[in-house]
Design a protein around this ligand. Structure first.
Ligand SMILES: CCCCCCCC/C=C\CCCCCCCC(=O)N[C@@H](Cc1ccccc1)C(=O)O
Ligand code: ZN
Ligand code: ZN
Length: 535
């Protein structure tokens, strides 16, 4: 007891204190060391999940021959000269869709003359092609793109938006990447396949809507109805425009990354409305509808929606690309479980990356006022949210209410689409791997990853046909190109366009290659008379 310490009436030995201090310091240090080791090991061993489907791993599918690149570029340029513009819901250049339809007919003679390809004209302007495979029994699939384009005010274009110019190896024009490039590349791939004397084993459909840019209600919506009238109630999968091959967009990723849209953010238009009293501007109220509404929209733009990073497939995006980064960055990408919040806090600073992290808030319309000396009675604004798959539309509205915190602002829903379900991806996901394999066969120095598509596509009209819906536009898009979507100087390099055609050609062949693994078709077999339509 001589070396004991008396404390609170109790005696502790020196050894006890040494042990206690060691435990207090040692345990956290030990935990930190273990954590550090786990973090470093995870970063060292992480790899892109590989394809488990043997037949795809051994696939050696050919691309299109190179000798027709310029003719293909010319054909795309010709399509870009046709002004299939969707201005708004009730204003489209309708006659131009007929010009484009005829142009497709003359540009792709083998498709239009084939015994096993039927073309249906849907709701006057959209197109649905049925390519009947030689072997029945498997669910068909749908490849889709859209023929309409957004308006293109020419002031800042280097070459006219509907000029279809080919300059310095690039094909210029509205629609080059959104989405006539997709329409023409799919047709080129099929035409080339037919020119080889081939007939696919598997039946598939090609759908070209004529109003995607204004919601697809007259195009894709009616293509879906047409499919049903043809007896197609289920599709194996749908592939539409969407994400692309990013080049220098994902921070720290040394390779190009082909991002496959396995889900799509929801769509929510909210109308905010403030009503007051119409009165003379010389004796204004303390708060006018415009002032109240201005403050409200300012608040929701500033506070923003909460971060939902890690609750959707965007976390997997980083898992897939992690092994294509330097070790320093890989430490973060491979350890989202611990660095997710930190990464999100960096990502929200970049407007593009921010879109995958949270529900976006776009203030798109603000209307009020009738005369310069009248305080208006009503002010309205439209807020366009793209809803993160981890959040519900009700939660988004609730967050806006909290941001605004003003009972004078009435909120109503103008239109809403829930975030799309997540389609299968991973080593055993047959369709995801068929897309991936086609990418790897076509592009060098590339990594394929799942991602959430941040905008809207026609796929909303096809969701009921399949739980395998993918959004991928198979060409390279740099940060500069991103601003050309719906912006000025839209264009695609001839070499990139050629690779797009290669991709679709391989994708069609690979979809045939996995014929035996594809799900069985349980749909009723139609008689010829049920199936007849104009060719
Ligand atoms: C860390 C990960 C980074 C991921 C980067 C992702 C970069 C994505 C960048 C750009 C995306 C371009 C979007 C192209 C959108 C084309 C589709 C489109 O415009 N759709 C319209 C459809 C629509 C919907 C409702 C009414 C009218 C039209 C849209 O979404 O507004
Ligand atoms: Zn588009
Ligand atoms: Zn678009």
């Amino acid at each position: 007891m001589s070396d004991g310490i008396k404390m609170n009436g109790r005696t502790r030995s020196k050894r006890f204190w040494i042990i206690l201090v060691s435990v207090i310091i040692g345990v956290p240090v030990f935990v930190i060391l273990v954590l550090l080791m786990v973090i470093l090991i995870k970063a060292a061993v992480i790899s892109t999940p590989q394809c488990n489907i043997g037949i795809l791993n051994n696939a050696n599918t050919a691309g299109v021959a190179d000798d027709n690149i310029l003719a293909r570029a010319e054909r795309l340029a010709g399509a870009l000269r046709i002004e299939t513009v969707s201005y708004d819901a009730n204003n489209q250049n309708k006659s131009e869709f007929v010009v484009l339809r005829n142009y497709l007919e003359t540009s792709f003679p083998l498709i239009h003359a084939s015994d096993f390809v039927e073309r249906h004209i849907v709701n006057d302007y959209s197109l649905l092609y049925k390519v009947s495979g030689s072997e029945p029994g498997k669910l068909p699939y749908l490849l889709t793109s859209h023929m309409d384009v957004v308006p293109a005010p020419p002031a800042n274009w280097k070459y006219p938006p509907f000029g279809g110019n080919i300059v310095d190896g690039e094909i210029w024009g509205r629609g080059a990447i959104d989405d006539k490039g997709g329409v023409m590349a799919i047709m080129e791939a099929l035409e080339y396949w037919l020119s080889q004397g081939a007939r696919p084993k598997r039946t598939f459909y090609i759908g070209f809507g004529h109003d995607e840019e204004i919601g697809g209600h007259r195009g894709a919506f009616h293509i879906a109805i047409k499919l049903k009238s043809l007896g197609v109630n289920k599709l194996d999968f749908v592939m539409d425009e969407g994400l692309f091959i990013t080049d220098k967009i994902l921070p720290g990723v040394s390779k190009r990354a082909a991002l496959i849209g396995v889900s799509e953010k929801g769509y929510l238009d909210l109308k905010l409305e403030v009503t007051g009293k119409l009165q003379h501007a010389s004796y204004p109220p303390n708060e006018s509808p415009i002032g109240i509404l201005g403050r409200a929209v300012g608040k929701i733009e500033q506070r923003k929606q909460p971060v939902y990073f890690g609750t959707g497939p965007e976390a997997d995006t980083f898992h897939y690309v992690a092994s294509s980064t330097d070790y320093g960055i890989r430490i973060f990408y491979a350890n989202m479980w611990i660095f997710g919040s930190l990464m999100a806090s960096f990502m929200v600073k970049d407007p593009l990356q921010s879109t995958v992290v949270r529900t976006s808030t776009g203030l798109t319309m603000f209307n009020s006022g009738i005369k310069d000396n009248i305080i208006p009675e009503v002010a309205t604004a439209l807020v366009n949210h793209r809803v993160h798959p981890g959040q519900t539309i009700e939660q988004v509205i609730q967050e806006d209410r909290i941001s605004i915190s003003d009972g004078k602002v009435k909120i109503s829903v103008e239109s809403r689409i829930d975030p799309h379900p997540v389609s299968p991806f991973g080593p055993d996901a047959l369709v995801f791997q068929t897309i991936s394999t086609s990418v790897y066969q076509t592009y060098d120095n590339i990594v394929v990853a799942p991602c959430v598509f941040i905008a809207a596509t026609d796929t909303v009209h096809y969701l009921e046909f399949s739980n395998k819906v993918y959004r991928f536009f198979p060409t390279k898009v740099t940060p500069d190109d991103v601003s050309r979507y719906h912006g000025d100087n839209e264009r695609i390099a001839i070499e990139d366009y050629k690779l797009m055609v290669d991709f679709y050609f391989r994708f069609m062949q690979n979809s045939d290659l996995v014929f035996d693994l594809a799900p069985d078709d349980e749909q009723p077999v139609l008689t010829r008379s049920q199936n007849e339509d104009e060719l």
